[in-house]
Design a protein around this ligand. Structure first.
Ligand code: SPV
Ligand code: MG
Length: 289
């Protein structure tokens, strides 16, 4: 069975849950846990390389990982293409490449290249001129070949401290340019900014949120807003991995060996299962002569 498109899934359930992935392995775990899709996160891939999320990871690096993810999960992939890797010409090229690589949607943000990650304190958050970003959206819509490939426009107006009026104005102009959805991001510790934006939103397309900074906004509360159709859990994969590895690695040093942690982490058989080892063994038994 072919994976359902995000549009279909959103129409069926009203709200899709998209988990951040930085590798095929994390995407497999997201699929097994029951998420509707994976977020090919720029933040997570940057962190995987031990780098800050500041446009240091190239499009080629991100695309290579996305292709590897697409090869190991049937979940739709929402690709975080940051600012689109340059100007409108780079965006056109990126859309073609990401669609071909197997993405179901892209999110493009209205910051200047190179960007600074959104949640860091005192980050430089320079926004693009509205007209230029509208051009990027129009170009993305024109460049896609499948109308179900979603072009999600992300405004960083709240992140940049420009206020709700500017965020709403930008979001409306991005819809005029053809955006399928609007991602509204906030770094407030409470959901107040997002809930206020959602209530004020009169645009014709639904909203996407990334509740990284304001964890209290759970799915039940989001559903009462009525116009948020996608939740992206934007840095939870890498944070969960960091938690587990930090704890385990610390204990091995403290214990002078693996004798204690051994029983608290998954057995190697579980990794074999996730790797599809049984299929490789079966193929070997059948064909290797
Ligand atoms: C990402 O996961 O790369 C995001 C979300 O863009 S955030 O890092 O919160 O901006
Ligand atoms: Mg990002």
């Amino acid at each position: 069975m072919a994976p359902k498109s995000l549009r279909v899934r959103m129409a069926e359930t009203g709200l899709v849950h998209i988990m951040a992935a930085h590798s095929p392995f994390s995407a497999i775990l997201a699929e097994e846990a029951g998420f509707d899709g994976v977020w090919a996160s720029g933040f997570e891939l940057s962190a995987l390389y031990g780098l800050p999320d500041m446009s240091l990871i190239s499009m080629t690096q991100h695309l290579d990982m996305l292709r590897a993810i697409a090869g190991r999960t049937r979940l739709p992939i929402v690709a975080d293409i940051d600012t689109g890797y340059g100007n409108v010409i780079n965006v056109i090229h990126a859309i073609t490449e990401y669609e071909r690589a197997g993405a179901s949607a892209i999110v493009i943000e209205d910051k200047t290249f190179p960007k600074v990650t959104s949640l860091v304190a005192d980050g430089r958050q320079d926004l693009l001129r509205i007209e230029e970003f509208q051009g990027k959206i129009e170009a993305a819509i024109t460049a896609r070949s499948d109308p179900d490939f979603l072009v999600i426009a992300r405004t960083e107006a709240l992140i940049a401290g420009l206020g709700e009026a500017e965020a709403l104005h930008r979001a409306h102009t991005y819809v005029e340019a053809g955006a399928d959805m609007i991602l509204i991001h906030s770094k407030r510790k409470t959901p107040c900014e997002i809930e206020s934006f959602s209530r004020a939103w009169t645009g014709s397309v639904p909203l996407v949120i990334v509740p990284n900074a304001y964890p209290d906004l759970d799915a039940k509360r989001v559903k009462t807003l009525g116009n948020v159709c996608m939740m992206i859990y934007g840095n939870y994969g890498i944070r969960a991995a960091a938690t587990a590895m930090q704890e385990t690695f610390r204990r091995i040093i403290a214990d002078g060996g693996v004798q204690n942690v051994h029983k608290d982490i998954v057995p190697v058989d579980e990794i074999f299962r996730i790797q599809n080892m049984h299929e490789a063994k079966a193929a070997e038994a059948r064909f290797l002569r």
